[in-house]
Design a protein around this ligand. Structure first.
Ligand code: C5P
Length: 206
């Protein structure tokens, strides 16, 4: 049983993926952490994000478990992740790990941008989770405030729009809803309503 969850930044896909994994007793992979680990390693090594060959080399031997999630979830790392994620050789280097995770015995839940289209096109249930850029920016802004990162809502919104444009506009595995993915737009939904809808959509496919 493979459950594929895709969607833009701050759509709530990670929370839904974690809850679905717990609900069905499946392992979960947040694939954004792989790209974040590569981005973080580039920044740490003082490498230019333009250096595609270095990014591909790092991606080929990245171990996301080497970094704590808190570090990888920081704002600048997300931006670096989105930059290296547009490099086809980086995506290629991370493909095997993700495909293997998806196809482990018993199944898995994966969330990211290209799970339903590239990593596991044969997934049993695919969800495309989204919300308006404004709603996502407000959620991210609240999250950042809680973590003590003082940013203006306008800056967060601009960052979300920039990331959306880069993730959707790249030529290699762009963010796009798979033809057979079920759409969950949670702009006007609370966390609990979003979860109930996600569960109902997925359960109908399994
Ligand atoms: O989901 P998250 O914000 O952690 O992802 C960080 C960045 O990694 C995204 O902006 C996107 O560019 C990239 N990513 C990707 N493909 C995935 C997961 C993440 O390109 N499957």
């Amino acid at each position: 049983m493979i459950i594929a969850i895709d969607g833009p930044a701050a759509s709530g896909k990670g929370t839904l993926a974690r809850r679905l994994a717990a609900h069905y007793g499946l392992p979960h992979l947040d694939t954004g952490l792989l790209y974040r680990a590569v981005g973080h390693a580039m920044l740490e090594a003082g490498l230019s994000l333009e250096d595609e060959a270095a990014a591909a080399r790092i991606a080929a031997r990245i171990d996301p478990a080497a970094y704590d999630e808190e570090t990888l979830k920081a704002g600048p790392v997300g931006e670096a992740a989105s930059r290296v994620a547009s490099v086809p050789e980086v995506r290629k280097a991370l493909l095997f790990l993700q495909k293997s995770f998806a196809h482990q015995p018993g199944g898995a839940v994966l969330d990211g941008r290209d799970i339903g289209t590239v990593i596991a096109p044969e997934a049993d249930a695919k969800l495309f989770v989204t919300a308006s850029a404004q709603a996502r920016a407000e959620r991210r802004w609240h999250e950042l405030l809680k973590r003590g990162e003082q940013l203006g809502l306008d800056d967060v919104l601009a960052d979300i729009r920039k990331r959306d444009a880069r993730d959707s506009g790249r030529s290699s595995a762009p963010l796009v809803q798979a033809a057979d993915a079920m759409l969950l737009d949670n702009t006007a939904l609370g966390v609990e309503e979003s979860w109930q809808q996600a569960l109902a959509l997925v359960a109908a496919r399994l």
